[in-house]
Design a protein around this ligand. Structure first.
Ligand SMILES: *Cc1c(COP(=O)(O)O)cnc(C)c1O
Length: 381
């Protein structure tokens, strides 16, 4: 089976992790801050905070932005459930903004209209979480303008998008957002096994993120209430979590990061080859906006005739092609249906979902494997 995504692990990655295994620290050692500063400098952000996974980063990001009971958080329905679950963890209320039909990205026209309505009804969101689906940035310039006008905060869910650029700048630079979150799950662009990072330019947010990641405990003498204590002393200031990344994970991350640009360029090369070879078939490829260089986490095709999706999907699976679907609209999940969402809520998202198939794409994918994917697609279309 050709999988839809796959990690790339080199001997250098293995050697680096073995070195850390033999070192004094498996966690809370020097590797995590080193990885954090490497990510911050790669992205051009002031701060990077590593955590156990991107879901934890999204949760921490909501908490750092003071999302609490009754606060409204808007995100895209075409995403992994973590993009909206993070708000529910904090007692927030989630709502969904419809997507662009050709890219599956949050639609800024739909966002503007929804904000206008919400203003009239006095129910504006506190935070909006745009999702950089497949590895291309949403229209952050527009979203940031709306954020100023309607006074909401922005968390970028860039789980797919490390190594991507928007208007020539790295995703993660946080020029148009408060916090940006990356995932390092093995199917993503680079991996730490499990892991995530949140970047920000705001010192106060960075402090909150790192504090909440480790039980809400501090040893920082400037923050401690009782100054007249020994050097063992610590205080818990907030209800935090154990969301720490280990040094083993961070070591793998730092080693992977040195190959990030080559991974993304190989993904782009394979993606343009797909586009070339798919010409003439009754389908389209996810549209990449001109201001973006995509990291191509996913290669999604949209079938012209969505009634054929199931048969095409099963044909490919039966013939050794590990296709997937990204994503089922979040609010179609039984958990969200029970919260009161109904099918038909975001028309473009549902149409997008019904016509999509994710084809295999990862740096080690061979051109003869790609040819096999095309051949099988042609056979059933
Ligand atoms: C993978 C993913 C997440 C969650 O990442 P984890 O590191 O597995 O917690 C969140 N949002 C999106 C869009 C993702 O693809």
């Amino acid at each position: 089976m050709i999988p839809y995504g796959k990690q790339n692990i080199s001997q250098a990655d293995i050697d680096a992790v073995v070195n850390t295994l033999k070192s004094d620290f498996l966690t809370q050692g020097p590797q995590v801050p080193e990885f954090e500063s490497a990510i911050a400098s790669y992205c051009g952000a002031n701060f990077a905070i590593a955590a156990s996974n991107a879901t934890a980063c999204l949760h921490l990001a909501c908490l750092a932005l003071d999302v609490g009971v009754g606060d409204r958080i808007w995100t895209s329905p075409i995403s992994f459930v973590a993009s909206s679950n993070c708000a529910l963890y904090c007692g927030g209320e989630v709502d969904f903004v419809d997507v662009e039909p050709e890219s599956g990205l949050m639609c800024t026209v739909a966002l503007r209209n929804k904000l206008e309505q919400a203003k009239k009804l006095n129910c504006l969101p506190k935070v909006v979480i745009p999702v950089h689906l497949t590895g291309q940035s949403c229209d952050m310039l527009q979203i940031a303008e709306l954020a100023k006008h309607y006074n909401f905060k922005i968390i970028e869910d860039a789980s797919h998008a490390i190594g991507a650029t928007y208007l020539q700048a790295s995703v993660g630079k946080c020029q148009y957002s408060d916090i940006c979150v990356f995932s390092f799950h093995p199917v993503k662009i680079i991996t730490t096994g499990e892991g995530g990072v949140a970047t920000t330019n705001c010192k106060k947010l960075a402090k909150k993120l790192s504090h909440l990641r480790s039980h809400g405990i501090t040893k920082d003498p400037t923050l401690i209430n009782d100054k007249n204590q020994g050097s063992w002393y610590y205080e818990q200031m907030a209800l935090g979590f154990n969301y720490r990344m280990t040094d083993l994970q961070a070591t793998l991350g730092s080693s992977q990061l040195t190959r990030l640009d080559s991974f993304v360029s190989r993904r782009n090369q394979l993606a343009s080859r797909y586009k070339q070879l798919l010409k003439g078939l009754p389908l389209s490829c996810v549209n990449i906006h001109t201001e973006n260089y995509s990291s191509y986490h996913l290669f999604i095709i949209l079938l012209d005739d969505s009634t054929k999706r199931r048969a095409v999907f099963e044909h490919l699976k039966e013939n050794g092609i590990g296709v997937n679907v990204h994503y089922i609209p979040i609010y179609w999940q039984p958990y969200y249906q029970a919260l009161g969402f109904e099918k038909g809520y975001c028309k473009s998202a549902e149409h997008f979902y019904e016509s999509i198939i994710t084809l295999p794409l990862y740096p080690e994918l061979q051109t003869h494997e790609q040819d096999k994917v095309i051949e099988q697609l042609k056979a059933c279309l």
